[in-house]
Design a binder for this molecule. Structure first.
Ligand SMILES: [Zn+2]
Ligand SMILES: [Zn+2]
Length: 295
């Protein structure tokens, strides 16, 4: 019972098939949705991330087993535990994802997922290469510590990742209201990938959008506002290694130059934070936009 297959491996053929279908749709309806260099980069991000998983995944699993070893209770391998595991894992993902946008250390790894200026199914494959280094997995450790078996957690996390694939599309508008109210959808996740000031740092959900509504980070997609995708300061480059490491390079440069008291802020402050106010955080961009909107 402790050895489960990796569902992501089984989902890959479906990913490829759906990307091809979306490409055909885009060719007819919206030819600028796909840009060959961008798509190739996204595929290489996905491939590299898989390699990183093979290299470092074992260490992460080892840490999870260590946390599980000191559990106060053992959660059984039953149907309700699976349901609970999926829901709590999704909450842990929300917390991780929020930190990934609000703390530069985690952003340096997560930015990989956001650096495309396109939004299509291939964007979903843009996964980080440096997730292990950034140690984002610590957000899921508490679940192993309270007694969920690491194999169960791994499986639920994989299902969550698979769920998030299909929402990276502009081919689907909106679902019936009840579905949009509970689930993360293409509409909600387009907002998450947008750099329009009103959408910055919103909709961190993995599978259930309810977390954003509970914790005040939800923003609905507004009719008639064209979305700009990507990151606040666009990469403007298809150099793969620069794409993977640019924010880490930025951190090292800032740590080197900054006065001692500011170093902590450049590491763990929000992305865009600066000790002399020369850069913008997403909160500053939003505040300026709200100020202008309200006159
Ligand atoms: Zn994100
Ligand atoms: Zn995404």
């Amino acid at each position: 019972m402790e050895k489960l297959p990796d569902p992501v491996q089984y989902a890959i053929p479906a990913f490829v098939a759906l990307i091809i279908i979306e490409m055909i749709w885009a060719k007819r309806r919206a030819p600028d949705k796909y840009e060959p260099k961008d798509t190739l980069n996204s595929l290489l991000f996905g491939f590299g991330s898989t390699v990183a998983g093979v290299l470092f995944g074992g260490i992460m699993i080892g840490v999870a087993y260590s946390a599980y070893a000191i559990r106060p209770i053992t959660i059984p391998w039953t149907w309700w535990a699976w349901g609970l595991c999926f829901i709590l894992d999704d909450l842990a993902y929300y917390v991780f994802h929020r930190a990934a946008h609000r703390v530069r250390w985690f952003w340096a790894s997560h930015v990989n997922h956001h650096s495309s200026q396109h939004y299509n199914l291939s964007t979903a494959l843009r996964q980080t290469w440096t997730g292990f280094f950034a140690a984002g997995f610590i957000f899921r450790l508490p679940l192993a510590f309270i007694g969920f078996h690491p194999a169960m957690l791994l499986f639920c996390g994989a299902l969550n990742l698979i769920y998030q694939f299909w929402i990276h599309t502009e081919a689907i508008g909106r679902f019936p209201r009840w579905f949009e109210a509970v689930m993360n959808t293409p509409s909600h996740h387009r907002v998450h990938h947008a750099v329009n000031p009103r959408y910055l740092d919103r909709n961190y959900a993995g599978t259930f959008i309810v977390w954003d509504k509970m914790f005040g980070t939800f923003a609905p997609e507004v009719e008639g506002e064209p979305i700009r995708y990507g990151i606040v300061k666009q990469l403007g480059s298809f150099n793969l290694l620069w794409g993977v490491f640019h924010e880490w390079v930025g951190i090292v440069q800032d740590l080197w130059r900054a006065p001692f008291k500011a170093k902590f802020g450049y590491l763990f402050g929000p992305p865009g934070w600066s000790h002399d106010g020369s850069r913008d955080t997403s909160d500053m961009i939003r505040a300026r936009w709200e100020h202008n909107r309200d006159g």
